[in-house]
Design a protein around this ligand. Structure first.
Ligand SMILES: [Zn+2]
Ligand SMILES: [Zn+2]
Length: 266
């Protein structure tokens, strides 16, 4: 009877242990599943590096890719390089229009290597929305490797175009400053934060005419009197923001002004 009782007890203990192991395993699997879902969610935006660590995915198409890689091989092959020749003034493929869309702008040159589309938008968002500094490094390396001499002038000072203050606070990053810093480390140009931007509200939804009519919300200090400047921003869309920044630098006594961006809306 004792042997039977012990056996039943052992069986009971074994069943309990087995059940515990099963629940532990379910718990572990559930934990990993939740971690993967959380890593892929937009709530992880403020801690992008952890997101990349948990689930390395292409920032553009979201398929898995090698750790530390922002783009998968297919998206790299699909990068929308702008075709030569480009208009030196507005940065659009030739012919850009009659007159050139930037004919009245306060900068004399602008250039970007890529159309603002597909993987380019994804990389810019990774920097702006998730603070992915490695995206800025990739953009800067691309710009410095491909920029014509007329854009990154010897002796010119890099000037980041400041983001709208409320957007900068919301994102926690001044993306143009991060990009300009990454370019300066590679090109050897000096960098000066010569511009301040007043809160101007959202640009999205406004027409080109409305953006231009809104006027400049940018002010420059006198740090660049007589010096050539290269405005740095993530994307050149209508040109209104770059024009406002160039106008402010002109009024503050800067020399020639060029613009360099990673993307160009065409
Ligand atoms: Zn991809
Ligand atoms: Zn043009």
């Amino acid at each position: 009877m004792m042997a039977q009782g012990t056996g039943a007890h052992d069986h009971e203990v074994s069943a309990v242990a087995s059940t515990q192991r099963l629940w532990q395993r379910i718990g572990t699997l559930a934990l990993w599943r939740v971690a993967a879902l959380v890593a892929a969610s937009p709530w992880m935006a403020p801690i992008g590096p952890l997101n990349l660590l948990l689930a390395p995915r292409c920032v553009s198409c979201r398929t898995s890719c090698a750790p530390q890689q922002l783009l998968c091989a297919a998206c790299w092959r699909a990068m929308p390089w702008l075709p030569d020749p480009l208009c030196e003034r507005c940065g659009l493929p030739q012919p850009c229009g009659t007159p050139c869309p930037a004919a009245e702008w306060a900068f004399s040159r602008s250039w970007a290597p890529l159309d603002y589309a597909g993987p380019v938008i994804a990389l810019i968002r990774a920097l702006k929305e998730r603070g992915a500094i490695q995206a800025a490094d990739l953009m800067a390396a691309t710009i410095v490797a491909r920029a014509p001499a007329r854009v990154l002038l010897d002796g010119a000072v890099l000037v980041p175009v400041p983001a709208d203050p409320w957007r900068r606070r919301r994102r926690g990053i001044d993306h143009a400053a991060v990009l300009a810093d990454a370019i300066a480390r590679r090109s050897g140009n000096d960098i000066v934060a010569a511009l301040q931007r007043r809160p101007g509200g959202r640009q999205a939804g406004r027409s080109r005419a409305q953006r231009v009519a809104a006027g400049p919300t940018v002010q420059a200090n006198g740090a660049l009197v007589g010096r050539d400047a290269v405005l740095v921003d993530d994307v050149h869309t209508t040109g209104a923001t770059l024009h406002a920044a160039a106008l402010a630098l002109n009024k503050a006594g800067a020399g020639r002004i060029a613009c360099v961006t990673f993307g160009r809306s065409i």
